[in-house]
Design a protein around this ligand. Structure first.
Ligand code: HEM
Length: 512
């Protein structure tokens, strides 16, 4: 039986091609070697369709590289849950015994796609879990902290790290100018300038979710958590000199190391652990637990075992499955939530936005980005739309069909006048003096009602002629409606005005 991980990896792969080549419309190609010219010594022609198509497609082979984290490599495998953390989270992927297919992408931050893996840098450690409840991504680094605590500074930070100015060179001056004027960077710069800035390979480093996240159990009780991924291979680092030497010798050293290890069956493993902070302790902990420049002491919150993940499959195609792998901290599933960390909230916007630009708005329809179970959505169309709904499926919500709505919605009363209470699926606010995230209706004033002003317009503004034309127009526009909707239309106009409801009913009876 094919494992879920293998299914993800095989999706999109075309059967091994044999025989003659075809154009992209499937028609046979006459020659891959000799183009058509007007006579043996004449110019090429515009209607040599294969030549034009081949050149044009070649020009479009790249998508813009990630900004930042452009240089990276990845693999696939499985997450295994060996311990019971169900008292803290109802997330299906973390329930004891669960095995979840996953993807990983390791990266550097500042360098471009061809830059050396061993340049001193923070290294990205990004995980995608294909869970029963949708894709869950933990997009972390090999450090437990970050340079900043507010997302508004992120573009400035990245600008200071990347190539600048007329020379197009990276600038130590810009980097230190930014860091020294950003004192909250000190903790992360200490990691960066220390041994962890030059991990030897991707296999020989720990990973971190870095941010504080919320876990929510089946009873709805929240706790705060931090993820730790402990390499079973042991931490190994290069010295500055070794890293620089390797950058010259083999820019793809870490990519090659991971690929070859998996090819030879030497599958790297990381233990998955979490720190858990009781919900109420967030307010009084000695450091602000949502500040990404800080860690939580393991003496205060020791590591708790959850399970492990193993990387045991290489991508079948680097471009399709790693370059187009769209990892996003906004990919959340029930049982996990965000926190008041401002970096995390900025990230919840930034990644999907980058991916819509970089790959296209339908990037989630690519096999490597598709969740295990079908998506049920009213978002549709757009460039390169591949999936579509059955012909009779409604394209709007609310509707009279059973395509569905949100799990809090009630198809009958669905209206912006209804409140749903706390938005606990994002996170429960830890600040007892603060403002909770809510899904709340407009605050109702004494006379607020959806139909009241339409009734006044009908009764007090319209003269008899306008009323008659209104009834005529409504009933003209009703032609072709279904029986169920017809009944609702009478109820709707009766709510506006009982006499109007009656007139619509009588007038439509004549037109049916
Ligand atoms: C407000 C702060 C941040 C913003 C706005 C931001 C934005 C971005 C963007 C736009 C990308 C490229 C995404 C793509 O094109 O697919 C990216 C990649 C990445 N970021 Fe951030 N980032 C932020 C902070 C962080 C932090 C704090 C971490 C780690 C704890 C992090 C880790 C990563 C990783 C690992 C990648 C590469 C993901 C991959 O392998 O595809 N970023 N970031």
């Amino acid at each position: 039986m094919t494992s879920p991980t293998d299914k993800i990896l095989a999706s999109g792969e075309v059967p091994a091609p044999t025989g003659h080549t075809t154009q992209l419309n499937g028609a046979p190609v006459a020659s891959e070697n000799v183009s058509i010219t007007a006579g043996p010594q004449g110019p090429n022609i515009l209607n040599d369709i294969h030549l034009i198509e081949k050149l044009a497609h070649f020009n479009r082979e790249r998508v813009p590289e990630r900004n930042p984290h452009a240089k990276g490599h990845g693999a696939f495998g499985e997450l295994h849950i060996t311990h019971d953390v169900s008292q803290y989270t109802k997330a299906k992927l973390f329930q004891p015994g669960t095995v979840t297919p996953m993807a990983v992408r390791f990266s550097t931050v500042a360098g471009e796609q061809g830059s050396p893996d061993t340049w001193r840098d923070v290294h990205g450690f990004a995980l995608r879990f294909y869970t029963e409840d949708g894709n869950y991504d933990i997009v972390g680094n090999n450090t437990p902290t970050f340079f900043l605590r507010d997302g508004i500074k992120f573009p400035d930070f990245i600008h200071s790290q990347k190539r600048v100015g007329p020379s197009g060179l990276r600038s130590a001056d810009a980097q230190w100018d930014f860091w020294t004027r950003t004192p909250e960077s000190a903790h992360q710069v200490t990691y960066l300038m220390g041994d962890r800035g030059t991990p030897k390979t991707s296999r020989h480093q720990d990973g971190f979710g870095s941010h504080t996240f919320q876990w929510i159990n089946a009873e709805g009780t929240p706790v705060w958590i931090k993820y730790h991924f402990k390499t079973r291979q042991g931490w190994e680092t290069f010295t500055d000199a070794e890293a620089e030497e390797m950058a010259g010798k083999n820019a793809d050293y870490q990519r090659e190391d991971l690929f070859n290890a998996i090819e030879r069956g030497d599958f790297p493993i990381w233990d998955v652990k979490v720190q858990i902070m009781p919900f109420e302790e967030a307010e009084t902990y000695r450091w602000n637990p949502f500040d990404l420049t800080k860690t939580w002491s393991q003496k205060d919150y020791p590591l708790i075992d959850v399970g492990y993940f193993v990387l045991n499959r290489n991508p079948r195609n680097f471009f399709a499955q790693i370059e187009q792998l769209a990892l996003d901290p906004g990919n959340l599933v029930p049982g996990v939530g965000l926190s008041p960390d401002r970096m995390l909230m900025a990230r919840a916007f930034a990644y999907a936005d980058a991916q819509r630009y970089r790959i296209g708005p339908n990037y989630r329809q690519l096999p490597v980005n598709q969740p295990l179970h079908p998506v049920n959505t009213y978002s549709h169309q757009g460039p390169m739309a591949y999936q579509f709904n059955p012909a009779d499926a409604p394209v709007y919500s609310p509707n009279r069909f059973d395509k569905g709505a949100g799990y809090l919605d009630d198809g009958e009363t669905s209206s912006s006048g209804v409140s749903y209470g706390q938005a606990a699926d994002y996170y429960v606010n830890p600040d007892p003096h603060g403002t909770d995230l809510v899904r709340a209706a407009y605050v109702k004033h004494p006379e607020d009602d959806d139909f009241i002003q339409a009734g006044i317009l009908y009764r007090e503004v319209m003269d008899d002629g306008a009323k008659a034309r209104l009834v005529d127009n409504i009933t003209n526009a009703m032609r072709g409606i279904s029986e169920g909707v017809e009944a609702r239309v009478y109820e709707y106009w009766t709510n506006v005005d009982a006499e109007l409801g009656q007139r619509v009913r009588e007038e439509f009876a004549k037109k049916k």
